[in-house]
Design a protein around this ligand. Structure first.
Ligand code: DQA
Length: 146
């Protein structure tokens, strides 16, 4: 059976395309899911693409990924900068984790420069727009290749 990769999205990313398009662009999360779905099919991996505005739900999906996923691509959104609980959940996951940010967080407000998730992530992609998701997916697929 094909290995499955989880792509997890944090708060407000359901508004992608409508929210601050000058920063996050015009593509919607459905567009990103479609692109990642096409790439996953090309790479021969399964995909579970999820978004929640709730920290606990994201943590529950990371726990689920312990049994179900070979790797995780995650845009934790604002929880990147605040959530020790998401960091701890990711530390309990054994496969590769790639952290994705659509914007270049290092060019923005100083509170966005620190990431708890980076303490666990095997790689970080920032400032590549929504293409960063496909880059992250490619990286997790290559790190988990049989
Ligand atoms: C973000 C950057 C975060 O600082 C912000 O809170 C987001 C999105 C990004 O994709 O650029 O919601 O993770």
């Amino acid at each position: 059976m094909a290995r499955t990769i989880y792509i997890l999205n944090g708060p407000n990313l359901n508004l992608l395309g409508k929210r601050q398009p000058e920063i996050y662009g015009h593509e919607t999360l459905a567009d990103v899911e479609r692109d990642c779905g096409r790439l996953a099919a090309e790479l021969g991996v399964g995909l579970r693409f999820l978004q929640s505005n709730h920290e606990g739900q994201l943590i529950d999906w990371i726990h689920e990924a312990r049994d179900e996923a070979a790797g995780i691509v995650m845009n934790p959104a604002a929880f990147t900068h605040t959530s020790v609980a998401i960091l701890d959940a990711l530390k309990a996951f054994d496969g590769p984790v790639i952290e994705v940010h659509i914007s270049n967080v290092h060019q923005r407000e100083s509170f966005r420069h620190h990431s708890y998730v980076s303490l666990r992530a095997d790689g970080v992609i920032a400032g590549c727009g929504t293409e960063g998701y496909c880059l992250g997916l490619r990286r997790v697929a290559s790190l988990t290749a049989p």
